[in-house]
Ligand binder design. Structure first.
Ligand code: HEM
Length: 534
């Protein structure tokens, strides 16, 4: 007992012997700690460079209204040769990859480690879980949902089969209009748009191309996903509202994404308003989708009702506000570059037999300039310039860097598409860069070449690419084939100012005046116009 008391006193430094020992040991202890720290630092990998951060908010103040633009300028200062930059957005460690090399490391070399998605309150509510495709964490449920979307809804075979779906719909509407239903089966959806534009052309009226093109894509997606047209059923406006609302709620740079703790802090009270908003939107989706599912055979894919809803909402949201933006940006760039417009019109107008009045998918195969215009548009204006955020599920060593599990990853494909080390005259719209000896050349945009990644690459790559390209090509070819285009009176320039949400769009609507290609409408569209009663 006494021995223990002495030991306690010595340890507490109350005896003279203990004091002496401590004075002797202290420098040795300090030396030991110092050496240990240095030894650790030498063997240990580091994080990529970062700009100076502020307390609490980290680097949030450096991310402007157009995050892809501000992140590009930051990466030029701090990203170094490798193109990796580390930010702290609120409390969230965020890796920004801004070079071909960095994108390849994340999306190919270490694809699996970075294949998840960060979670959010809105994402969880709107995506029913989330266990949809786009927002789901990497894992078995995501794999199944993606397989279903890829093989059952968006495969090349399915994309081809939508030609028939378009035919049915045209027949449906033609019958409603009391017209003949013997028109070219391919022309359904496209012909409806051409018909609308023809009406405006005859009276020289301004056409809101943004609305027209987004309605077209929305309708194509609803046909592909549900087998029916929301426009024909008059639900188009509700559908548009829901997609817009969902996109606004999910748009990346909001408070919860910087401070995920807000979702649970004080019983989630801080996030309650936004959760309610998301729940209201989800309930509206529910009502539409429930009815839709009731009318379909649910056994088809052996999915629960909720499982079907997750996938449907995802397809609508991911498919609509991306493909139409490409069409709109392509038209805007062509208006800004009359020489490119002349070339594409020359190609489409000379690529089809004289007795054919409208362009079909078979004609598209030879249209190299059209494909180059779309590719150049995707390079300069990828609708998702930072892809969707990726999320690391394990610690991962990438070259000399070490990224901890739980890192959010943004891949700035917009910056990569404009990197002067990769592209000549990167800011110029030059479709010719993709043509050599009359053939399409240069970087592939289907996820193989990391300098052009509008659809991403690897496990989380877009499954809707073929579907989107089929719709974009056929519509662009037909609108430049049938009409010449002018700016409205008093407008002398197309404003390319962008606004950012989950996707990046032009701030202003694209308003254009179509001009009939030939004087007489029947001559202009020939049998097509007669069939359509134009
Ligand atoms: C030009 C049109 C389109 C573009 C540029 C585009 C682009 C993208 C991008 C960049 C991603 C994220 C890739 C990543 O995070 O690595 C994505 C994901 C996705 N896209 Fe698209 N997309 C388009 C059209 C479509 C269409 C038409 C659909 C369906 C109807 C669709 C369905 C999806 C889905 C479900 C995902 C989530 C994939 C996953 O997380 O595994 N997309 N898309």
């Amino acid at each position: 007992m006494a021995k223990v008391a002495v030991l306690d006193e010595q340890l507490a430094g109350k005896t003279p012997a203990a004091k002496e020992i401590l004075v002797l040991l202290l420098p040795l202890l300090l030396l030991f700690v110092l050496l240990r720290c240095r030894g650790r630092g030498r063997g240990r990998k580091r994080l990529p460079p970062s700009p100076p951060a502020l307390p609490l908010i980290g680097h949030v103040h450096l991310v402007g209204a157009l995050p892809h633009v501000s992140l590009r300028y930051l990466a030029e200062q701090y990203g170094g040769e490798h193109g990796f930059m580390m930010l702290r957005l609120g409390v969230v460690p965020t890796l920004v990859a801004s070079s071909t090399h960095a994108a390849q490391a994340v999306l190919r070399t270490h694809d699996q480690s970075f294949a998840s998605r960060p979670r959010s309150v809105c994402g969880d509510v709107l995506a029913y879980g989330p266990s949809d495709v786009g927002l789901a964490p990497y894992g078995e449920r995501w794999r199944l949902a993606k397989k279903l979307a890829t093989t059952h809804l968006l495969s090349s075979k399915k994309v081809n089969s939508y030609r028939a779906a378009r035919e049915e719909e045209e027949e449906e509407t033609a019958e409603q209009d009391g017209r003949s239903t013997t028109m070219d089966p391919f022309l359904g959806q496209v012909a409806l748009v051409i018909k609308k534009i023809s009406g405006a052309a005859e009276t020289r009226t301004v056409v809101d191309m943004s609305e027209l093109l987004s309605n077209f894509i929305r309708d194509m997606v609803s046909r592909a996903v549900t087998g029916r047209s929301f426009r024909v059923e008059g639900k188009d406006r509700v559908f548009k509202e829901l997609i817009d609302e969902g996109m606004a709620l999910l748009a990346g740079f909001n408070m919860e994404n910087f401070y995920p703790g807000l979702a649970t802090a004080a019983g989630g009270v801080l996030m309650r308003p936004v959760r309610r908003k998301a729940e209201r939107a989800r309930d509206r989706w529910d009502r539409i989708l429930d009815k839709l599912i009731d009318e379909h055979t649910q056994e088809e894919y052996r999915l629960t009702r909720q499982g079907i809803k997750e996938i449907l909402v995802n397809m609508f949201s991911a498919g609509t506000d991306t493909a139409y933006l490409v069409l709109e940006f392509a038209m805007a760039e062509l208006m800004l570059h009359p020489e490119a417009m002349a070339k594409i019109q020359h190609e489409v107008r000379n690529s089809i037999p004289k007795d054919q009045n409208t362009i079909n998918e078979d004609n598209l195969i030879g249209m190299k300039y059209l494909k180059a215009v779309i590719k150049e548009t995707l390079r300069l204006h990828p609708p998702s310039p930072l892809l969707l955020p990726h999320f690391s599920i394990e610690d991962c060593d990438v070259e000399s860097f070490e990224f901890p599990a739980g890192t959010t990853v943004l891949i700035n494909v917009w910056a990569i598409g404009r990197d002067p080390k990769v592209w000549d005259a990167p800011e110029e719209f030059m479709p010719e860069r993709f043509i050599e000896n009359g053939e399409i050349k240069g970087a592939d945009f289907r996820g193989k070449d990391f300098q052009l990644l509008p659809f991403g690459s690897g496990r989380r790559m877009c499954p809707g690419m073929n579907f989107a390209l089929a719709s974009i090509e056929i519509m662009l070819a037909n609108i430049v084939y049938h009409f010449d285009w002018e700016l409205p009176k008093g407008v002398d320039k197309i404003d390319m100012t962008e606004v950012s949400g989950l996707t990046v769009s032009r701030k202003e609507k694209l308003l254009l005046v179509p001009v009939l290609r030939y004087c007489a409408p029947t001559k202009r569209l020939g049998p097509l116009s007669r069939k359509m009663n134009i």
